[in-house]
Design a protein around this ligand. Structure first.
Ligand SMILES: C[S@@+](CC[C@H](N)C(=O)[O-])C[C@H]1O[C@@H](n2cnc3c(N)ncnc32)[C@H](O)[C@@H]1O
Length: 182
């Protein structure tokens, strides 16, 4: 991930959960759960966990979950969300290209969801990340990578998304405009 993107996540970690709709969890969680069950997955590493919402949902379904993210602010927010949700999921700061440096155990499944792998802009970075994930994966384990269907967005000319708003307890109003620059 380049420095601009990292700075974005560091700055917006506290707003990330209100910036994005909760609807996106309604499809991906059951989709992953089906794959976990089909492959007898017990332990999961969410290697770009962001604010931890997916990892927490998996933990609430009874899986053993750990989460990591390159952004320290996102990791901090994930820890806070875990406490609020009453789960004991462990979240640490780590680069998904260097997972074996941080995790000395292996997982039945690695998830990298929410369009996170696309922060690697070069083929070499993607390849390093996938190899790193495989190094902390059990033999015949499962890797789930989810990326946005950008060609479809371009085809459909989807550039402007609905404005979202959220009021802080101090009365401050946050408005989120989401525009894709093709
Ligand atoms: C769009 S967010 C998705 C977060 C979360 N998976 C979700 O769906 O809400 C992308 C995340 O990838 C993380 N990320 C990007 N490059 C990373 C890397 N090399 N190692 C770990 N995390 C990374 C960012 O810090 C950010 O939290």
């Amino acid at each position: 991930m380049n420095n601009n993107s990292l700075q974005f996540y560091e700055a917006f970690a506290s707003k990330y959960d209100v910036m994005l709709s909760n609807e996106r969890y309604q499809k991906i969680i059951p989709f992953c759960k089906k794959i976990f069950d089909e492959n007898k997955v017990k332990s999961i590493l969410d290697c770009a966990c962001g604010t931890g919402k997916h990892a927490i949902a998996f933990a609430q379904l009874g899986f053993r979950v750990e989460g990591c993210d390159l952004s320290s602010e996102m990791v901090q927010r994930a820890k806070t969300n875990a406490v609020t949700s009453g789960v004991t999921t462990n979240f640490v700061q780590a680069d998904f290209k260097k997972l074996p440096e941080v995790f000395n155990r292996k997982f039945d499944c690695i998830v990298c969801i929410g369009n996170s792998l696309t922060h690697e802009l070069e083929e070499q970075g993607v390849s390093t990340a996938l190899k790193s994930m495989c190094k902390v994966l059990v033999e015949e384990g499962v890797v789930i990578v989810q990326i946005r269907n950008i060609p479809k967005l371009i085809r459909d000319n989807t550039r402007i998304f609905p404005v979202r708003h959220q009021k802080e307890t101090n009365g401050e109003l946050n408005l989120f405009f989401y525009v894709l620059d093709f």
